[in-house]
Ligand binder design. Structure first.
Ligand SMILES: C[S@@+](CC[C@H](N)C(=O)[O-])C[C@H]1O[C@@H](n2cnc3c(N)ncnc32)[C@H](O)[C@@H]1O
Length: 334
């Protein structure tokens, strides 16, 4: 609800630019000029709580808080956390019926360790990693000796707290079948609680995907899901992030991005694989182990076209991406 304070809040273009560049440098999230009012709206409630009158005061409060408490608060304010269970079913079907089955078979045949390491990067309130956990349990039914680890990370502490609770209600459950609801959730009044057998597979951790030092510590992943996260980043941060994911994957691993996202213009390291249900990026066995940085520094200014709007990746760019892959089916590592 609007208050007198909110309508009084002033944000000059200079304040906005200072704030926006700081957020970009730290988190990779980039707000184009047309997002000024969105940023202002998201800040004003917090500023009122702190009794701060100017955006500049709040900026210094965030910047010089060495505990990072206010920075973490800010991340919760400015991130978009929309998610749901079984989001984008064709992609998930390709994961469970194609990628997962293939991996299980290959690992069994090769006598490799019976383990699956999956990363849900930008997991929001937990629906994505729990969905993956349920799908893995379904596929491993009747098989013995398998160990599954799902690492679920996000920059917002608030969403991670909710994720760890594992209690859900309402619209987020709309795509869960009655059978899965029965098997993997315990109904408690209006709430559906994730059962321990699923919960125990998922480890939640606070991770800023723009932190290259921490990103370098993520490795040996069989599959990475980073869906609907990159859309908020500048082009240079997207490139850096995709390099990080390439390096974090095992050779033979798979990488899922959001339905409206593309790697076109970001990376040629992955091969795009056409599964029956979806297109998935693949780190081929024999691809060079580490993709090195090719361009631009981490914190220099973003390209003009970058935008924080969801859906920024157009259908046209996806089509171009596909066309490029069709012409060159196997794409090498830079
Ligand atoms: C729209 S949600 C996507 C959730 C889920 N992956 C899905 O597709 O349903 C985007 C999430 O990315 C997180 N995020 C944004 N920037 C991030 C960063 N720099 N590091 C880690 N997580 C980030 C946000 O906090 C938010 O929870």
């Amino acid at each position: 609800m609007a208050t007198g304070f909110e309508s009084d809040l002033e944000m000059s273009v200079e304040d906005f630019t200072t704030f926006r560049d700081y957020v970009h440098e730290k988190s990779g999230i980039y707000f184009a000029e047309n997002k000024m009012y969105l940023v202002k709206n998201r800040l004003q409630k917090r500023m009122a709580e702190l009794d701060m009158k100017t955006v500049r005061d709040y900026f210094y409060h965030v910047k010089y808080d060495t505990s990072l408490k206010e920075f973490n608060h800010l991340m919760t304010l400015i991130t978009t956390n929309e998610t749901s269970f079984f989001r984008n079913e064709p992609q998930l079907k390709s994961f469970s019926d194609e990628v997962l089955l293939k991996m299980i078979e290959e690992k069994q045949k090769a006598g490799k360790s019976r383990s699956l390491k999956i990363w849900s990067a930008g997991c929001s309130t937990g629906e994505e990693p729990y969905t993956l956990g349920m799908m893995i349990l379904e596929k491993l039914k009747g098989l013995t000796g398998w160990k599954t680890e799902i690492i679920a990370s996000d920059i917002s502490e608030a969403v991670l707290q909710k994720a760890r609770r594992g209690e859900y209600a309402g619209i987020t459950l709309r795509n869960v079948s009655p059978d899965m609801l029965n098997k993997y959730y315990t109904k408690n009044g209006d709430l559906y609680q994730i059962k321990p057998e699923v919960k125990s597979l998922v480890k939640f951790s606070h991770l800023n995907l723009n932190d290259t030092r921490k990103m370098a510590m993520m490795n040996n992943m069989d599959v990475i899901f980073c869906r609907n996260v990159m859309i908020y980043f500048s082009e240079e941060v997207k490139k850096q992030l995709v390099r990080g994911f390439f390096n974090a994957l095992k050779p033979g691993g798979y990488y899922y991005i959001g339905h409206s996202e593309t790697l076109h213009g970001l990376s040629k390291a992955f091969k795009l694989v056409y599964f029956k249900n979806a297109l998935v990026y693949h780190k081929e066995v024999g691809a060079a182990g580490t993709e090195t940085k090719t361009k631009t520094s981490t914190f220099s200014r973003p390209a003009k076209t970058a935008t924080a709007s969801p859906g920024a990746a157009s259908g046209a760019s996806r089509a171009l991406d596909l066309l490029a892959k069709i012409k060159k089916p196997t794409v090498g590592v830079k």
